[in-house]
Write a protein that binds this ligand. Structure first.
Ligand SMILES: C[S@@+](CC[C@H](N)C(=O)[O-])C[C@H]1O[C@@H](n2cnc3c(N)ncnc32)[C@H](O)[C@@H]1O
Length: 272
């Protein structure tokens, strides 16, 4: 089976799933490998025959959708953004929360992968914010459509490579080694609720002070999907709260109610 045939299949099928073929250019190897496995399961020998199968069976589209999830992630991804969050944005959110008489800062990690993103937020809060704001608590809702990723998140067991951007002292403080894997200690897993949700169909109840949506909607979804995701996020983000995207992402053109905070690091502010 030729790679070019897989590319042709993706160019045809991804727009039907509301996804952008161009976004998959660098990562399609992961998707094509899964599709080849699916072809073997179905006893099909070519991508063309899989296309015919999709045209004939409506239910196969949901299977293909699941095969097209890009799951690349790591702790402290784009470290400068996390340091900015720690040093500037979380203190602002914490101060504002305290001044308004609330005791909980709420964050939503949308497309949380194997937990690397919400656990990084937990580590940042516990090491830098919790000592300064002892009367405040951080609660995180972490959602992902992929059950395998959520199982990984709950197991909190990682290969060393996924921690390569974490400062070494954070690793020492929060992880234990066992047989070549790093396990996040139970106290660093507190206050995080993992929920299976497809962001195109459901979102957790707000309001949130902070929403992280990195390398999901604003990379892979088409314009319509991006606007729908953004509308849902903004409806749940407190005025003055922050949206954290990936450093290579931006909200869709024409997005209202958002102002750039530090866009090169991925931060946008919901207008007050
Ligand atoms: C590229 S990873 C990014 C993970 C993390 N946010 C980061 O930046 O490192 C994208 C994640 O979004 C999840 N995902 C893909 N489509 C989704 C959808 N429609 N709804 C919710 N999660 C989805 C994938 O399973 C994957 O865990």
């Amino acid at each position: 089976m030729k790679n070019a045939d897989c590319t042709d299949l993706l160019v045809w099928a991804l727009p039907r799933l509301g996804l952008l073929p161009a976004a998959f250019r660098r990562v399609r190897g992961q998707v094509c490998k899964r599709i080849r496995r699916r072809l073997r399961e179905l006893g099909l020998s070519t991508y063309q025959s899989y296309r015919a199968h999709l045209e004939a069976s409506e239910g196969e589209w949901a299977v293909l959708d699941g095969l097209c999830r890009i799951t690349v992630t790591r702790f402290c991804r784009e470290r400068p953004a996390w340091l900015h969050l720690r040093d500037a944005l979380l203190p602002e959110l914490a101060l504002r929360t305290r001044r308004s008489g609330r005791t909980v800062v709420r964050a939503w990690s949308a497309g949380c992968g194997g937990g690397e993103e919400p656990y990084t937020l937990r580590l940042v809060w516990d090491s830098a914010l919790a000592p300064l704001f002892p009367g405040l608590r951080l609660e995180i809702v972490a959602t992902d459509a992929d059950p395998v990723m959520l199982r990984r998140a709950r197991a909190a067991r990682y290969r060393p490579g996924s921690l390569r951007e974490l400062p070494p002292d954070w690793v020492d403080r929060a992880f234990d080694w066992n047989r070549g894997f790093l396990y996040l200690r139970p106290q660093a897993r507190c206050g995080i609720q993992f929920v299976r949700q497809d962001i195109r169909k459901e979102m957790p109840d707000g309001p949130f002070e902070l929403v992280l949506c990195r390398y999901l909607a604003f990379t892979y979804f088409d314009a319509r999907g991006q606007h729908a995701a953004l509308d849902g996020i903004l409806a749940r983000l407190r005025p003055g709260g922050f949206l954290m995207l990936g450093g290579r992402e931006a909200p869709p053109p024409g997005a209202a109610r958002l102002t750039p905070e530090s866009p090169d690091l991925g931060f946008w502010r919901r207008q007050p």
